[in-house]
Design a protein around this ligand. Structure first.
Ligand code: BES
Ligand code: ZN
Ligand code: ZN
Length: 499
């Protein structure tokens, strides 16, 4: 998809479709929409007067211009009530509009940035949000399906900026492309089924990114993982015929600094549950149990392009949780890289086992701050549904940075507690801790377990089990993988070393 800036009058730009906006509480059109309305003999105003166009959030009305000006169609996009409008809602609305435009064969789309919104948001953020909306909104994952004859995709976007700082909007447009491309890459990785996304293939994908952007990479094989005594990580992959891989990447944007942010992503390429096998229903969804790994890969992809002055290491424990004669048994005791022992009470609570060693390893490699991203628990879905990612931490200040980055990105998070009161849940009769205590506070149990391995390093854990996958096409999200957390992670790195 190509983007072009334009300062030409909106009514002079030729394209397949131009998007203008309208809000619910206004009975008249504003700014550029008004100019277009005049060229169309006030037909949009007429539809507003007749209440066919109400300006409701996500409402899309398409009018043909029949040669009244060079654009073929006008898409009037409802943004809902003006007071309730946020950049995140604008992203959703533009995504809906772009999807609709694509579905009717629009290849070249013009977006008119209204003067009004330039007053509310800074032009960089606005340009970025609109581009993200379009690129994320029209994303489809169909590599294995025969293309239907009438299918086409949006190829060119013209962003018009009549009277504001064109340069600022353009900077946002460029940034938005990198953010959205990286999120779409994470979506692709997550949507790819387990037979085509094994731990070895995931490592190859990481190598492709590293090679393209000159990021250091080292992939540890099974012998090396064993030599390092990563007993918890080794245990989970034992039941699979696919070899486990520990993927380590390093981006050095601040060579003179000792500060290193560690991004750790859960990379279970398929989670059958192990011996305590999951129920049959929706088991195919467990191909997405490496969405955390995909998110950190998407983020490092963008960071390598945007080049913030910050150091980032990525650690991805990649394996399959399968059932076989080699699989771990409930009751097994394993010895982690940190030296702490773990009793495996549940073979389906495998994410925390592999992340325990990955978190310790990231610290060992010099991470001074940590964030892990994982589809860790079904329990977080019971608590927060599919609307918010669960956020846990051992350090308020670091959590605040992550929350700010999430807010700027429009990715919603909600903090859950990790007080010492919950420590008893992971106490074991046979080892230093156990990986499951049954039903109460399941998401918190996962967090408490990981906290043991972050030790005194500031750490945030994002449980994306509910937000990494969308059951329906809605706002910026297509059905399937969402690529959640990519934008938050990029924004976090930019916050520390951005320009
Ligand atoms: N991968 C799952 C969590 C998950 C559930 C992700 C639903 C996406 C959608 C994880 O490994 C798991 O199975 N967790 C169990 C742990 C329990 C057995 C202690 C859970 O939360 O149910
Ligand atoms: Zn599991
Ligand atoms: Zn899992």
């Amino acid at each position: 998809m190509q983007f072009k800036m334009s300062t030409e009058p909106i009514t002079a730009i030729a394209s397949d479709c131009v998007i203008v906006t309208h809000t619910e509480d206004k009975d008249m059109l504003l700014g550029l929409a008004k100019e277009i309305d005049e060229k169309l003999d006030h037909r949009i105003s007429q539809l507003i007067a007749e209440k066919e166009i109400k300006g409701r959030f996500g409402e899309v009305t398409i009018l043909h211009t029949w040669g009244k000006f060079p654009a073929k169609r006008v898409l009037v996009l409802g943004l809902g009530e003006e007071d309730k409008l946020t950049l995140e809602k604008a992203r959703s609305a533009y995504a809906i509009a772009a999807r609709k435009a694509q579905s009717i064969g629009v290849r070249e789309l013009t977006v008119a940035i209204s003067q009004k919104y330039k007053e509310i948001w800074n032009p960089v953020d606005l340009g970025q949000a609109i581009v993200e909306a379009i690129m994320l909104g029209v994303y489809e994952f169909k590599p294995y399906k025969k293309k239907e004859e009438f299918e086409s995709s949006i190829e060119r976007i013209i962003v018009t900026v009549s009277d504001i700082s064109e340069k600022a909007v353009e900077a946002g447009v460029e940034r938005g492309q990198i953010f959205a491309e990286s999120q779409n890459l994470a979506r692709d990785f997550t949507n790819i089924p387990a037979n085509k996304m094994t731990p070895s293939i995931l490592a190859e994908k990481a190598k492709d990114i590293a090679k393209k952007y000159h990021v250091d990479i080292n992939v540890l094989n099974q012998e090396e993982i064993e030599e390092l005594n990563m007993g918890a990580f080794m245990a989970v992959g034992k039941g699979s015929s696919e070899a486990s891989k520990m993927i380590v990447m390093k981006y050095t944007g601040a060579p003179d600094s000792n500060d290193v942010i560690g991004f750790v992503g859960k990379g279970v390429t398929f989670d059958s549950g192990g011996i305590q096998i999951k129920a049959e229903k929706d088991l195919d969804e467990m191909k997405g149990d490496m969405a955390g790994a995909a998110a950190v890969l998407g983020a490092i992809n963008a960071i390598a392009v945007l080049k913030p002055h910050v150091n980032v290491i990525v650690v991805i424990p990649a394996c399959e949780n399968m059932v076989s004669g080699h699989a771990i048994h409930p009751g097994d005791v394993v010895h982690t890289f940190s030296g702490k022992s773990v009793e495996i009470k549940h073979t389906d609570a495998e994410g925390r086992l592999i992340l325990a060693d990955a978190i310790s390893y990231a610290r060992h490699l010099g991470a001074t701050k940590l964030i892990d991203v994982a589809t860790l628990t079904g329990s977080v879905i019971s608590a927060l549904g599919h609307h918010r990612t669960g956020l846990f931490n051992n350090n308020e200040e670091w959590a605040k940075d992550v929350k700010e980055a999430a807010k700027i990105s429009g990715e919603k998070v909600w903090e859950l507690p990790l007080d010492d009161d919950y420590r008893e849940l992971i106490e074991s009769d046979f080892a230093d801790m156990k990986n499951d205590a049954g039903s109460p506070a399941g998401a918190i149990q996962g967090g408490m377990f990981l906290k043991e391995f972050a030790e005194d390093t500031p750490w945030v854990h994002l449980d994306i089990a509910g937000t990494s996958d969308s059951l329906e096409t809605k706002g910026i999200n297509p059905k399937g993988a969402t690529g959640v957390a990519v934008r938050t992670l990029i924004a976090l790195a930019m916050r520390f070393g951005g320009n």
